[in-house]
Design a protein around this ligand. Structure first.
Ligand SMILES: Cc1cc2nc3c(=O)[nH]c(=O)nc-3n(C[C@H](O)[C@H](O)[C@H](O)COP(=O)(O)OP(=O)(O)OC[C@H]3O[C@@H](n4cnc5c(N)ncnc54)[C@H](O)[C@@H]3O)c2cc1C
Length: 464
């Protein structure tokens, strides 16, 4: 029988599968809802191009939810289609995480895991950085005209340049810097490429694509396997333990469909209650306002984000692509919003998308911060924008695609917690969640680096 069954070969799932399958005597089986291209040569070529985000209306490699929320649906998951921005959160985020979930997630505890994952072309040999790890990190040395102009405008406005956003102390003041990117020789280096594909030769690792896990199989309060669907085919698979790596939306949806969730929701769906749990009751994202300016030449294709400006809880993002012809977009994202969202299901049918009520901008403080960010961006570019009232904010609001926290980590007595500090679901044996859904605090940076770090840390704990 399979030792460990992993649901989802996304950012976290690829790392888990690679690390666990290196453990002698452990057999690992992975089910991925999207295609599992078995070699680099079979990956669609556009996936290797970091200037291309395959998330348009024609894309068959994504899950779609309301309000333009998308996730990757293929090996590598969202990490295979994302902006390649690979940056560690600041030490303050880990202090908050530690306060909720204990010293395992302190800044000092996680830095060695980040270092072990990285092969940083620019800072790798310096203390607090990594060299020789599986994930190549580099920063642009030849920025596009729009990015270079952004950096000049930041300097002219008095902001300091931050040479290394992944600074080993974990503390950076307000300033702008080059984005660390998971890119090697102009090719996207997502988690399938850095972790899963190099491990596929192992006989104890099996990855099955185009197969959606629809429900967990439980014996009492022990996970014993999963039910799956592949086209019209249906089946079951059993394992000693199950690890959910289906992402912040689908891991939560799977738990709820399997009877692990808020009691009123389970009752309304007619799902027998196995363990009441606050699954989906809290989630967070980085709401983003798109400030657009008329501009002429779109310039050469480039990675979407080469520089960012950070001011406390705001991140200003000068995007290199023209999302609307003739208009340049600068994103203003709120990185520690007070307002939190909620995920629920409207049906037990696994093909019906979960409903995510983001509840952005419910707090006056969040609205005020975003207004300040828009004003700062207008000043930076010498433009007049507005009036930036609540209606304007809502009209220009979108997601950064960074949803997290639906299966929040914390001790068993914490009524908001779904999993413990190792991702194990409270009240259920042999069931772990190891993806972005378990992060219990808003992160001040993009979540990709944190996702792979937490997957690596949980895998290492499972192997010991
Ligand atoms: C368009 C876009 C751009 C982004 N850009 C950046 C960026 O530049 N920097 C950054 O830091 N973050 C970025 N993010 C966010 C980041 O990519 C994600 O937060 C991160 O990849 C989440 O990892 P995960 O392992 O939790 O989930 P995912 O990587 O989404 O993996 C989940 C996997 O599980 C599979 N799955 C789901 N349900 C099932 C099921 N029932 N059965 C079987 N398989 C299932 C999915 O198909 C998927 O492969 C971006 C996200 C998107 C969508």
């Amino acid at each position: 029988m399979t030792s460990t069954l992993i649901v989802g070969a996304g950012s976290a799932g690829c790392v888990l599968a690679a690390r666990l399958s290196a453990d002698p005597g452990r057999s690992v089986r992975v089910f991925e809802a999207g295609p599992a291209f078995p070699t680099m040569g079979e990956l669609p070529v556009e996936l290797l191009d970091p200037s291309h985000l395959p998330v348009g209306p024609e894309s068959r490699l994504i899950w779609r939810y309301q309000a333009n929320l998308v996730r990757g649906r293929l090996i590598g998951g969202s990490g295979a289609i994302n902006g390649s921005y690979f940056v560690r959160p600041p030490a303050a985020d880990f202090a908050a995480w530690r306060a909720v979930a204990g010293p395992r997630w302190s800044f000092d505890a996680v830095v060695p895991v980040f270092c072990d994952l990285e092969d940083d072309e620019d800072f790798g040999k310096e203390p607090g950085h990594g060299v020789g790890g599986p994930i190549p990190i580099s920063r642009t040395s030849d920025p596009t005209g729009f990015s270079a102009e952004f950096a000049q405008r930041c300097t002219a406005a008095g902001f300091a340049a931050i040479p290394d956003l992944n600074t080993p102390t974990g503390d950076t003041d307000a300033g702008f810097g080059r984005v660390p990117l998971a890119i090697s020789r102009d090719r996207r280096a997502g988690p399938a490429i850095t972790h899963l594909l190099p491990a596929l030769h192992r006989t104890d690792l099996t990855v099955t694509g185009d197969t959606m896990v629809t429900r967990l199989l439980l014996r009492g309060t022990r996970a014993i396997g999963v039910e799956w669907a592949r086209g019209r085919e249906r089946g079951t698979a059993y394992a000693d333990e199950v690890v959910l790596c289906a992402g912040a939306i689908e891991s939560a949806a799977l738990l709820i469909r399997s009877g692990i969730g808020p009691e009123p929701l389970l009752r309304s769906l007619g799902v027998p209650i196995v363990v009441p749990a606050p699954v989906g009751a809290w989630c967070t994202d980085h709401p983003e306002i798109g400030v657009e300016f008329p501009a002429g030449d779109p310039g050469e294709p480039a990675v979407p984000l080469e520089y960012v400006l950070e001011i406390d809880d705001l991140e200003v993002r000068p995007y290199t692509p023209m999302f609307t012809p003739g208009l340049r977009r600068v994103g203003v994202a709120l990185m520690r919003p007070e307002s939190a969202g909620e995920l629920t299901l409207v049906s037990t049918d696994p093909t019906v998308p979960a409903r995510i009520d983001q509840r952005y901008l419910r707090s006056e403080k969040d609205r005020a911060r975003l207004r300040a960010g828009v004003a700062l961006t207008a000043d930076l570019y010498g433009r007049r924008i507005g009036p930036v009232d609540d209606r304007w904010l809502h009209a220009n609001l979108g997601t950064s695609q960074h949803l997290s926290g639906t299966c929040r980590m914390g001790p068993a007595h914490d009524e908001r917690a779904v999993v413990d500090e190792n991702g194990r679901v409270h009240g259920i044996e042999a069931l772990t969640v190891a993806d972005l859904s378990i992060v219990p605090v808003p992160l001040r940076r993009g979540p990709q680096a944190t996702t792979v770090m937490l997957a690596a840390a949980i895998a290492d704990h499972m192997v010991v």
